[in-house]
Design a binder for this molecule. Sequence first.
Ligand code: GLP
Length: 245
Amino acid sequence: FSSGRLLAGGTGPLYVKLRRTLEDAVKVGTLKHGDALPPERDIAEYAAVSRVTVRKAIDDLVAEGVLVRRHGSGTFVAKPVSKVEQRLSQLTSFTEDMARRGMTARSEWLHKGVHTPSPDEMMILGLAAGTKVSRLSRLRIADDQPLAIEHASVSGEFLPDPSTVTSSLYAELEKRQVRPVRAVQRISATNMKEVDAGLLGVPVGAAGLSIERISYLGSGRAVEFTRSLYRGDAYDFVAELTIGA
Ligand code: GLP
């Protein structure tokens, strides 16, 4: 067989033709969203090109977000993400936000533990010396689509044992009668670093929204300090504006 068998027509280097062939396969549905790509060596053999050519074509498609590499499990066709529109003025939880859209929220736990607070946590949460903080890190998923990574620190006084949180942090705080009623939130732009990009299934360097929330009880005591990283392609934050007095 000649080199480049079964590749898309047109001019250009072999890896560009292979990239186009793979893109076409996704467009016409031969390769479906979520499908695993065959191993590089099989693609190389099938298309009669070198593995270097296959690697280059796949690298390009990963950088474009058409394919995603998952460490240890291979390369997959990326799923198109449906955008979530989030109102900025309401103090809601991730679980509630997703339920309102008819989506099912779940989390993968990255960490759960009781710690001696860092100086930042002590200041932000107003913790006295000798008190503890509960830390909860989760990958937040809606309908099987990873949307955000959240690292929450909650004063040990309000949540002494983070293992009591099964799915929703706010539901657990509500049960303990310490659900926050007010919050301050800061949103800034960021680019995804390798580990976060891997967890969220987006290319390294993809746009992200970094969100910090400090939430308070009616009494003014801080309950929660959460740092979140949302997929930039999955979230629109919407605020209603009124003319200032
Ligand atoms: C949002 C907020 C977090 C908050 C979380 C609680 O995602 N950004 O600050 O901790 O909601 O969500 P849940 O109750 O689903 O755990």
